[in-house]
Design a protein around this ligand. Structure first.
Ligand SMILES: O=C(O)CCC(=O)C(=O)O
Ligand SMILES: [Fe+2]
Length: 205
């Protein structure tokens, strides 16, 4: 199913069952979105992501960065990362997303896709350090890209386009029952910056 339904808004659950995904559309004017895209490209400490797969250290083309309230250590893909302190713009964005969604976040994982050739494979964000069923606020700047969900059992899919300056929220049981991915595409050579605001569960650290 493709969701290009003009009647959906941020109160519409895009998933038919087993989780909640809300698309808020563009939160920023074109100018403001350009401003955040450029400042994030230039001020974030981007690094190629490291993963250990079958015992081998792999470096991704995509770049990542992790920021948070304190120096949390966060483990995924068998590697441990330490959060950097918030930058001015990340704190501004965190506040805007918290006010929009009524949720709170204590960390943010950022992804930089240099062009449409780079994407992210099917996965769910249910690492043990993340608050269970906590909301994830995903903000996109730069190239518009398709984003897709696939139910783990029924294999149903739902997809949408993430626009420049937009917000998507995944919450409730979404990570337990659905995978998501950012498919690679030949339709753009332009970069995209994605921010996923998350809550690390401090009780288990
Ligand atoms: O780039 C995106 O929109 C999604 C990134 C993502 O799924 C993740 O960082 O876990
Ligand atoms: Fe994800």
């Amino acid at each position: 199913m493709d969701l290009f339904n003009p009647h959906t808004d941020e109160t519409t659950n895009l998933l038919p069952k087993d989780g909640t995904v809300n698309y808020y559309g563009k939160l920023f004017s074109r100018e403001k979105a350009h401003f955040y895209r450029d400042i994030l490209l230039n001020t974030i400490e981007w690094k190629n992501d490291e993963a250990i797969i079958f015992g081998k250290l792999i470096l991704t083309k995509r770049k990542v960065a992790w920021y948070g309230d304190q120096e949390f250590e966060y483990t995924y893909s068998n590697t441990t990362k330490k959060a950097l302190p918030w930058t001015k713009e990340l704190l501004e964005l965190k506040k805007i997303i918290e006010e929009k969604t009524g949720e709170t976040f204590n960390s943010c994982l950022l992804n930089l896709y240099h062009s449409g050739e780079e994407g992210m494979a099917w996965h769910s964000d249910a690492e043990k350090d993340l608050k269970k069923n906590g909301a994830i606020g995903s903000v996109s700047f730069g190239a518009e890209r398709k984003f897709a969900f696939k139910h783990k059992e029924s294999k149903e899919t739902v997809s949408l386009i993430l626009e420049h300056g937009s917000l998507l929220v995944m919450k409730d049981e979404t990570q337990t029952h659905w995978l998501h991915r950012l498919p690679p595409t030949k339709t753009t050579q332009k970069p995209r910056v994605n921010l996923t605001f998350r809550t690390i569960d401090l009780k288990i650290l």
